[in-house]
Write a protein that binds this ligand. Structure first.
Ligand code: KIV
Length: 291
């Protein structure tokens, strides 16, 4: 049975922790779904971990559609949420509506996520009004990294904390079905989670959130450019991959791979025609020599 936003709401009501993980392609989505995540986020973090940019800002709507389509094919039963890229929703609610519509229609995602607090409430309301489920995202909002002055925790002063609480309430009021809290002090995130009837999904926001989200590459040890403090590495796939690829290189260079078992073979009759002679292949010998 396909997971829907109603299942996610029920989990909040039952106080069952919600698990979200990013994925960016068919294979990772399939693995995540097999492992039992509740939701997959096709995050614009793909700009950094897939495309190698320093921020998420260069990611385009077309790229999000491309990756989300692959994820939906890999995890057809999982709730897939696609990030709206920078400047595809900030201009006006109507711009957001047109682009969210494209993202949903062309990728098969069931919901979109967008960054921003109370000032995005009218945009959230517009999308929800036409039936597009919206996940909100406050705290450290990576698309505003230049404005925020770096990847810094948010809500550490009383004034900032109050603003985040107001943001969360405004987004809930506007109809968001969940809100991501990124790099928000644990006590504040727990307080916001208790205030809201919709689930909070934390990343670097402590255990008091209703759910957690992590980036695929961070928990699997695939991304070494930096290691966020909020992530736990459940595997060291980066080292495993390096070792495996080094063995492959060594095997090819030393003629240990491929062997006879790694290719199809001709029938005995035909293979004699092509059998190597004096280190050369019979079929490629000049006519006279072969006769
Ligand atoms: O883009 C992303 O992966 C995100 C998560 C970190 C919440 O927004």
């Amino acid at each position: 049975m396909k997971t829907t936003i109603r299942h996610i709401q029920k989990k909040k009501e039952r106080r069952e922790p919600i698990v979200m993980l990013t994925a960016y392609d068919y294979t990772s989505a399939r693995l995540a779904a097999d492992a039992g995540v509740d939701m997959i986020l096709v995050g614009d973090s793909l700009g950094m971990v897939i495309q190698g940019y320093e921020t998420t800002l260069p990611v385009t709507l077309e790229e999000m559609i491309y990756h989300t389509r692959a994820v939906v094919r890999g995890a057809p039963e999982t709730l897939v949420i696609a990030d709206m890229p920078f400047m595809t929703y900030q201009i006006s609610p109507e711009q957001a509506l047109a682009n969210a519509g494209r993202l949903m229609q062309e990728s098969g995602a069931q919901a979109v996520k967008l960054e921003g607090g109370a000032h995005m409430a009218s945009t959230v309301a517009r999308l929800v009004e036409v039936g597009i489920p919206v996940m909100a995202h406050i705290g450290l909002t990576p698309q505003s990294v230049n404005q925020l002055g770096g990847w810094r925790a948010q809500g550490r002063t009383a004034q900032e904390a109050e603003r985040l609480i107001e943001d969360a309430l405004a987004l809930e009021q506007a109809g968001a079905f969940a809100v991501v809290l990124e790099l928000v002090p644990a006590e504040l995130a727990a307080h916001i989670s208790a205030q809201l009837s919709i689930p909070t999904i934390g990343i670097g926001a402590g255990p008091g959130c209703d759910g957690q989200v992590q980036v695929w590459h961070d928990i699997l040890g695939l991304f070494d450019d930096f290691q966020p403090r909020h992530a736990r590495r459940y595997a060291e796939l980066g080292s495993l991959i390096r070792q495996a690829v080094a063995r492959y290189c060594a095997d090819v260079r030393s003629h240990r791979f491929p062997t006879d078992e790694h290719a199809p073979h001709l029938s005995e009759e035909l293979s004699s025609l092509y059998a190597p002679r004096n280190g050369r292949n019979a079929r490629t010998l000049p006519q006279a020599e072969a006769a």
